[in-house]
Design a protein around this ligand. Structure first.
Ligand code: HEM
Length: 427
């Protein structure tokens, strides 16, 4: 298939996780947006795929689930029908199948329910900062960014505190299945055929299934649990209940989706603040103006999330032939929405590579906005980022990057996995 990319722009293999180990190839995405907004690339060991990189296209086509379906897989890898059926969660279905479960679970993640957690989140942030107060140098990811979503997720799941760390390790083995630091079953390097019926093609999926089964039984036995997950187990107005298989798959999805994404948004925020002192000063000035009723904080959190865009892509499959930007898409072709590229679209965002913490409106698509699968945890993620920023500005007197950072080896989740920081905390 013809490519409209100039030869000297170089071709980057977006299917190769190593293309992301030095950070997101933003220049390449800019080139695609300009010259080849519906870009075809071949994929080693599988079928090739189309890449959509313009904001407007992603927003528009994400709505059209009849034409671009989630029900044949949402990751780049090809799956047989049997693999798909064994591993799918409600994220890998289309309306109306998707709608039933989404209705059951969404009440537990609505904005008003989540806002009730603000004091709890603040207490966790204060505890995290208190813990690092004795250090001159820390890994901002391990000791800060990883901690908050981990502890919140544990509470959402209503899991015992001693299991939180284990759950996050398993979540990392699923989500970061392409980085040898997090798993011995590296997706594109090890033979993972034996695990092809498990979530993310990882044996960690099986351990999480067992854990979910026990947790569901203990929650049903107790009946007095106040966790979000307990709400999910309650029947809806029509008496519909989540089945055991749906619960176990949903549980795995939460452990995977509720963790790394927020972690890498916080990591990107700390990285930006450490390297752009004027942004840190802006946070401190806004503390003086106030935390309550000051719209700055929600805008700042959203802008950091746009800039980080940790969930870089999700895939869809064409249900019939169609044409876009002069390219002929065939039924069964894989089409990838690069949210991370759409969020740097200069047609929509002024100075998109820069952080404007007062950006308003900020029509970013980091949460998959527009489509039926728009992030279930978006209110929680926003709240966690906002409160962390406030507590950081309140208690961290000075900080800077102490040594080079490292990126996750993944074309799916984009993020800094180690961020050495020098700091002075005043509690
Ligand atoms: C900054 C943090 C986060 C980002 C950037 C993010 C991003 C996304 C995106 C792009 C989607 C759409 C998937 C698609 O179109 O197929 C999604 C869906 C989802 N997210 Fe998040 N997410 C974040 C945090 C969370 C958290 C904290 C949770 C849960 C505690 C969560 C749970 C989910 C679930 C369950 C879905 C599937 C929803 C559905 O299929 O209806 N996410 N997320």
């Amino acid at each position: 298939m013809t490519s409209f990319i100039a030869k000297d722009a170089g071709q980057i293999d977006l299917a190769d996780h190593d293309s992301f180990t030095q950070g997101v190839p933003f220049n390449y995405f800019a080139e695609l947006r300009r010259n080849d907004p519906m870009h075809w690339q071949e994929m080693k060991g599988g079928k090739g795929f189309w890449s959509l990189t313009r904001h407007q296209d992603i927003l528009q086509w994400n709505r059209n689930y009849q034409l671009l379906s989630s029900a044949q897989g949402i990751r780049l890898e090809d799956q047989s029908h049997e693999e798909y059926m064994a591993r799918r969660t409600f994220q890998e279905t289309d309306p109306p199948d998707h709608t039933r479960l989404r209705m059951i679970v969404s009440k537990a993640f609505s904005r008003p329910v989540v806002l009730e957690f603000e004091a709890q989140i603040r207490a966790i942030c204060q505890d995290i900062i208190q813990t690092i107060a004795g250090f001159d140098e820390i890994d901002g990811v391990k000791q800060v960014a990883r901690q908050l979503p981990m502890r919140m997720l544990g509470q959402i799941l209503g899991a015992p505190e001693q299991d939180f760390e284990w759950l996050v390790e398993k979540g990392d083995q699923l989500i970061a299945n392409s980085d040898p630091e997090f798993t011995q079953f590296v997706l594109d390097k090890a033979n993972t055929d034996a695990y092809r019926f498990m979530p993310f093609r990882s044996p960690a999926g099986l351990e999480l299934f067992d854990y979910a089964k026990q947790l569901m039984a203990s929650k049903e036995a107790k009946g007095d649990d106040k966790s979000i997950l307990h709400l999910v187990l309650q029947p809806d107005d029509q008496g519909n209940r989540i089945t055991q298989e749906e619960f176990r798959n949903f549980f795995c999805l939460l452990v995977a989706a509720g963790n790394d994404t927020t972690r890498y948004s916080i990591a990107a925020s700390l990285y930006a603040l450490a390297n752009r002192p004027s942004l840190f000063a802006q946070l401190q000035e806004n503390l003086k103006i106030g935390v309550e009723g000051n719209p700055f904080w929600d805008r700042a959190a959203d802008e950091f999330i746009r800039w980080a865009s940790p969930t870089m892509h999700f895939r869809r499959t064409a249900t019939q032939d169609f044409e876009l930007h002069g390219k002929k898409v065939k039924q069964g072709d894989k089409v990838v929405f690069w949210f991370v590229a759409g969020n740097r679209d200069e047609q929509v965002f002024a100075d998109p590579s820069e952080l404007d913490l007062t950006r308003d409106p900020n029509p970013h698509i980091a949460f998959g906005q527009g489509g039926p699968h728009v992030c279930l945890g978006m209110w929680l993620a926003r709240l966690e980022v906002r409160v962390l920023l406030q507590e950081w500005a309140k208690h961290v007197a000075e900080f800077e990057q102490a040594a080079p950072h490292q990126y996750l080896r993944s074309n799916f989740i984009g993020g800094i996995k180690h961020l050495p920081l020098k700091l002075r905390v005043s509690i």
